[in-house]
Design a protein around this ligand. Structure first.
Ligand code: ADP
Length: 541
């Protein structure tokens, strides 16, 4: 029996219309380092249709890729709205990639036009000769040097050259809306193409899971070039929440002053951002109690960080990836569990339970489905309407399994469906045939008062195959030694996990989106650039 429901396409055009009409007075605030500029949703919607008209005049049509090489600001949001709604494909470009990777990503996308911040023009100029499909660059902001870019037009000039687009094309919900390449933490970047339907459904998931409304002010500290800023721009726009854009000013001090000025109710970002903001807020004696919720993800959020934020608001851990749009799991304690309950922080610091719309399982080396017993370790696989089924131009069958995405993350699931990621499959440390969780070691290390940041990687060992190397950055003026930290870990983790190799550094190497870069750490270790000290030889597991 067929349903009687209308077959209404889920497209971002509806999101754009809602913001423009229902929430015309909601605000988009862009930080300028000192002071901010503000526009209403009505103004942003109008400028988005001017942008769409301008792109059409440049010959952009359905299916064409429009790249953005921009920080988090109003014009980037206008591209988020205009490009998919005119039937073209928004391709967000990670401005922190190496020149070689950026060139690869732009060519892989086949971008015809790139909207770029003036300040980033040199980045593009350096690789311009390698960009085969690129016809024109649209420069946002004053003062950029257009030399070496080929054909260039100013963003404001483009908008001023016509009237708002009236005849938006009819779209199908399954057509491509946006594209994002993975950051290449574990390999070459791979393109993921989101559909209108997947972005629409994912926005609804963001709204529902974080309880967003037009009473909210969302500060977008996730770069808009990475996984659609976790879907927050579309979710905000559909629900009328103010959007607070820090532009390029995401360093702790400027971010803190923006946050204190604009008083967001919702913050989302990687642990590094929250860590920096915490230190800046503590140093300034600031009160962040106006925030109602923070979402941390992108890498494991240390329990110590979540506990530190608890005085102001819950910093909730979520897990996801470029391939999952990204919301996959959220870590909330079981219902009714009070903060005083000894298990409360256990659940808060787990990776979380899958959100509605995401199915999750773990599998063993032979592809067999493993039990949810909280002990058995396997690869996490997910499926759902906002999870990719392949990569752009690369079916990569090894990354999929009977219609499930193999995430490359390894962990356990308990009887209640709480996932605990212990590692990425490429970061897994296997010592004497037993798993050692780098994530858990890092968590405990970061809970030590002297430790600012820590990363643990496996190093080849003749006897044990691999042993953990702990790389630690201490807080300013602190002096914990490897012996102290090893003592701190003792009793918290099994004895054979205790790292015998230690290196102290000023800063943990980070990827383009602020995650620990274990590829770089392993390379530094291999070529002898890390000041590694062997504390004690483990003789027995
Ligand atoms: P890349 O794969 O290039 O780093 P992604 O942002 O897609 O870029 O990274 C997704 C990965 O980040 C996940 O597969 C997982 O390894 C890691 N990750 C994300 N959130 C968490 C989390 N809460 N805990 C542990 N790891 C996480």
């Amino acid at each position: 029996m067929q349903s009687t429901m209308q077959d209404w396409p889920l497209t971002l055009q509806e999101v754009l219309r809602r913001g423009a009409t229902l929430f015309a007075d909601s605000r988009v605030v862009t930080f300028q380092g000192a002071g901010s500029r503000t526009a209403t949703y009505a103004e942003v919607a109008r400028r988005s249709s001017l942008l769409a008209a301008g792109l059409r005049r440049l010959g952009i049509g359905p299916g064409d890729r429009v790249g953005t090489l921009c920080w988090n600001h109003q014009e980037h949001l206008e591209a988020y709205l205009a490009v998919p709604c005119m039937g073209a494909v928004l391709h967000t470009l990670n401005l922190r990639l190496s020149a070689r990777q950026l060139s690869f990503v732009i060519n892989d996308g086949g971008d015809r036009v790139i909207i770029a911040d003036s300040s980033l023009a040199p980045l593009l100029a350096a690789i311009r000769p390698t960009l085969g499909s690129l016809e024109r660059v649209i420069l946002v902001g004053e003062g950029g040097d257009p030399s070496g870019l080929g054909e260039v037009i100013g963003y404001e000039e483009l908008l001023a050259g016509g009237s708002p687009l009236q005849d938006w094309p009819e779209l199908e919900e399954r057509q491509a809306a946006a594209m994002c390449h993975t950051t290449g933490t574990t390999g070459e970047p791979k393109g993921v193409v989101y559909s209108h339907r997947s972005l629409w459904l994912h926005s609804l998931a963001v709204i529902a899971n974080f309880g967003l409304s037009d009473a909210d002010r969302i500060c977008v500290t996730v770069p808009m070039f990475h996984v659609m800023a976790w879907g927050t721009p579309y979710a905000a726009w559909a629900r009328g929440a103010d959007l607070l854009m820090p532009d390029r000013h995401m360093q702790p001090q400027p971010l803190l002053s923006f946050v204190l000025e604009e008083r967001p109710t919702f913050l989302g970002g990687v642990p590094t951002i929250f860590q920096g903001l915490l230190l800046a807020a503590e140093a300034a004696g600031a009160d962040l109690g106006f925030v109602r919720m923070g979402i941390g993800g992108g890498s494991a959020v240390p329990e110590s960080l979540m506990r530190a934020y608890q005085r102001w608001f819950p910093l909730v851990q979520a897990w996801g990836m470029t391939e999952t749009s990204p919301i996959g799991t959220i870590a909330e304690p079981p219902r009714g569990m009070a903060e005083e309950d000894p298990r409360y922080w256990h659940y808060r610091s787990m990776t979380g339970r899958p959100v509605p719309g995401v199915e999750l399982r773990i599998t063993g080396a032979g592809g067999e489905v493993l039990p949810w017993d909280g002990r058995t370790v396997g690869e996490i696989e997910v499926r759902g309407p906002w999870i990719t089924a392949r990569y752009h131009g690369d079916p990569a069958p090894e990354r999929f399994h009977d219609g499930w995405l193999r995430t490359g993350d390894v962990g356990t699931v308990d009887e209640r469906g709480y996932v605990q990621i212990t590692d990425r499959s490429k970061d897994v440390i296997k010592s004497g045939g037993e798993w050692i969780s780098s994530v858990e070691l890092e968590n405990h290390l970061m809970a030590h008062p002297d430790v600012l940041d820590a990363a643990v990687v496996g190093v080849a060992d003749e006897h044990w195959q691999e042993r953990p190397l702990a790389v630690v950055a201490l807080r300013d003026g602190r002096s914990a030694t490897a012996e102290d930290l090893r003592e701190h870990l003792r009793g918290r983790v099994p004895g054979f996990w205790l790292p015998d190799l230690w290196a102290f550094v000023d800063q943990i190497p980070k990827t383009s989106v602020g995650k620990q870069d274990k590829k770089v750490i392993r390379r530094l270790q291999a070529d002898g650039s890390l000041p590694v000290r062997r504390l004690v030889r483990v003789e027995r597991a």
